[in-house]
Design a protein around this ligand. Structure first.
Ligand SMILES: Nc1ncnc2c1ncn2[C@@H]1O[C@H](COP(=O)(O)OP(=O)(O)OP(=O)(O)O)[C@@H](O)[C@H]1O
Length: 574
């Protein structure tokens, strides 16, 4: 195939099966097709498209369910006339017959100079999202035409830009190659937390807008439930969920559940701010490999419009397996556990596309892409290549723990092995918006959990005999923290989501109990067993508070604490 370039998209055989050039040796091109290869034979014609794998970016993306190469599954199903996708089937990613009400940017007039990212106008894509129509990257010049307010399809020309006598017609959509990151003006420090509503995440191991996180865990430890929770409850404006190589029935669950979820911030259907990309384990591996890039390109596109976008991928291990399979077919030299030697650089390339940025063009917009990937290490072994390389490129690590999951402590995120490099950068936000002592209190609570672990080690070696009263207090409070704060039932209407103020109130209440009891036992006026007996009912109300105290009744936590203080007063005064 003379003249063909790497990653160019081609059509193979009479069915026009889509594929991608993955290797070129002299005149020979190696093609990886996105569909089943059966029936392809020597002599079949291969037609090059002249461009790399690209996605369509424009209104109509939200609410869609795509396969790994941005084919809308609903349309494909209709065209196939069955639940099985016919090979070679093609369909534009964005609906062509739908009209969008375009409002031109009032600040612009013909004759103005425009450049990449200039906002030409907007359309209401869904009730939740105002879709900003931008001058695509790499285009600039004089605006010679801007369409008036009216209804247009994505193929209608809504603007014309002239540069050096060359006129470019702009539509409501444009194409962008998925393997090339979209340009932006400036990268910003990720200082704002992306609130997820999960207490162990937001309070202890926060993720920042524009940050990167991995959630590794063995079989059935809660990766999917946690990612669903984050996708559903996080305050991101747009969510992209990639079901990458998961079992068909798991993906069916996603496809069934998501359309019923409500956006917690507005009560509107969650799909109005969501795009699903489904590529199950029985779909071709090449499309699975592509799905990650397709997803992150869609995310960057909404970031450029000035939105906070969250992309979750379940699971990056299956994506890495696709790389391994493709590498194997190309007879590349395998590295660790058969993965190709470029596994690490591919993972880095993916996670590098996260970030909070100032977008190109006027008016000024700040947007972010936050990336979260599940990792499924075989046997829960975190030293295997995908987990260990991922760890190098992400700044948050939510380590799921099989023992916690077995004891039904959910989310099973282990507080001893997880970490977040954003805890310090987001502290200012918590200080300003929630409490000046957030960072200090967070550390106090973590110290209690760390100390509990040390004490448990000692107990394992020498038993409970020699434990001091203050050690017993630590064990007691650590349990309250675990049962009343860290555990969070994803299926309980109250407990599933905690807003920042509620999280802090719960944490502070537990710490206040700790400090009060600590003062009493340090003075020697009571021992832990007396105190525990005295306040056991109040403590169980405090623990139950996570699902029994409504979101608008936070003062009930104060009432419980007042009750406890009242009971232990006698030890203070005596
Ligand atoms: N936060 C939670 N609250 C309540 N139950 C949970 C929670 N997280 C996980 N579970 C329970 O654990 C089960 C397994 O979770 P999940 O399917 O998310 O695991 P997984 O790690 O994605 O599994 P796999 O390895 O099969 O992909 C769920 O069906 C649910 O019963």
């Amino acid at each position: 195939m003379k003249g063909v370039k790497m990653y160019e998209v081609v059509e193979v055989g009479s069915d026009g099966i889509i594929g991608e050039v993955t290797r070129i040796v002299g005149d020979d091109a190696y093609i990886q097709v996105y569909e089943s290869t059966s029936g392809i034979k020597p002599g079949d014609i291969v037609v090059s498209s002249g461009s790399p794998l690209s996605v369509e970016l424009g209104p109509g993306l939200l609410t869609q369910i795509y396969d790994g190469i941005q084919r809308p599954l609903e349309v494909i199903k209709e065209k196939s006339g069955s639940i099985f996708i016919r090979r070679g089937i093609k369909s534009p990613a964005l609906p062509r017959n739908k009209k969008w009400h375009f409002m031109p940017n009032k600040e612009l007039k013909t004759g103005d100079e425009v450049s990449s990212g200039t906002v030409l106008g907007s359309v209401k894509e869904t009730e939740l999202i105002e879709h900003r129509i931008l001058v695509p990257p790499n285009i600039s010049g004089k605006l010679t035409f801007l369409a008036k307010e009216d209804d247009y399809s994505v193929e209608d020309v809504i603007a014309k830009v002239t540069k050096e006598n060359e006129e470019r017609e702009l539509k409501l959509y444009h194409n962008w190659p998925v393997r090339i990151p979209r340009p932006f003006k400036e990268k910003l420090e990720p200082t704002e937390p992306l609130i997820t509503g999960l207490r162990i995440i937001d309070t202890f191991f926060p993720i920042a807008k524009g940050g990167t996180a991995a959630i590794p865990g063995g079989f059935g430890t809660g990766k999917t439930v946690t990612l669903h929770g984050i996708a559903q409850w996080s305050e991101a404006k747009v969510v992209i969920y990639i079901g990458c190589g998961e079992r068909g029935n798991e993906m069916t669950e996603v496809l069934e559940k998501f359309p019923h979820y409500k956006d917690p911030w507005t009560g509107r259907p969650l799909m109005e701010r969501t795009i699903l990309i489904a590529n199950t384990s029985n779909m071709p591996v090449a499309a699975r490999e592509a799905s990650i890039y397709v997803g992150v390109t869609l995310a960057e596109y909404y970031r450029d419009q000035g939105y906070d976008v969250l992309l979750v991928a379940d699971s990056t291990s299956r994506w890495a397996e696709a790389l391994r399979e493709i590498g194997g077919r190309l007879e590349e030299m395998p590295a660790e556990e058969g993965y190709p030697s470029y596994l690490a650089s591919r993972l880095a390339e993916f996670y590098e596309r996260a970030g909070r940025v100032i977008a190109l063009g006027d008016p000024k917009r700040i947007g972010s892409v936050t990336l979260g990937g599940a990792v499924s290490p075989p046997g829960g072994d975190f030293t295997e290549p995908v987990t260990s390389h991922t760890r190098r490129f992400v700044r948050v690590f939510w380590a799921l723990d099989t023992t916690l999951a077995y004891s039904r402590h959910y989310p099973a995120i282990n507080w001893l092995t997880s970490y977040s490099a954003y805890a310090e950068t987001v502290a200012e936000w918590w200080k300003k918006n929630v409490s000046p002592s957030w960072a200090e209190d967070r550390q106090k609570a973590l110290n209690i959990l760390y100390r509990e672990n040390e004490i448990k080690e000692i107990v394992r070696l020498v038993g409970t005999e020699g434990l001091s009263e203050s050690d017993k207090l630590i064990l007691f409070i650590a349990n309250v923290l675990k049962d009343g704060f860290l555990k969070q039932n994803a299926f309980d209407p109250i407990d599933a989501f905690s807003e920042p103020k509620r999280q802090y109130k719960m944490l502070k209440s537990i710490l206040e109990v700790y400090e009060k009891l600590n003062a009493i036992i340090s003075s020697g006026k009571a021992n832990m067993s007396e105190l525990e007996e005295l306040i056991k009912d109040d403590i169980s109300s405090l623990v139950r508070g996570r699902y029994s105290i409504p979101h608008n009744k936070l003062e009930m936590f104060d009432n419980i604490i007042r009750g406890i203080f009242e009971k232990v007063k006698k030890y203070e005064n005596s």
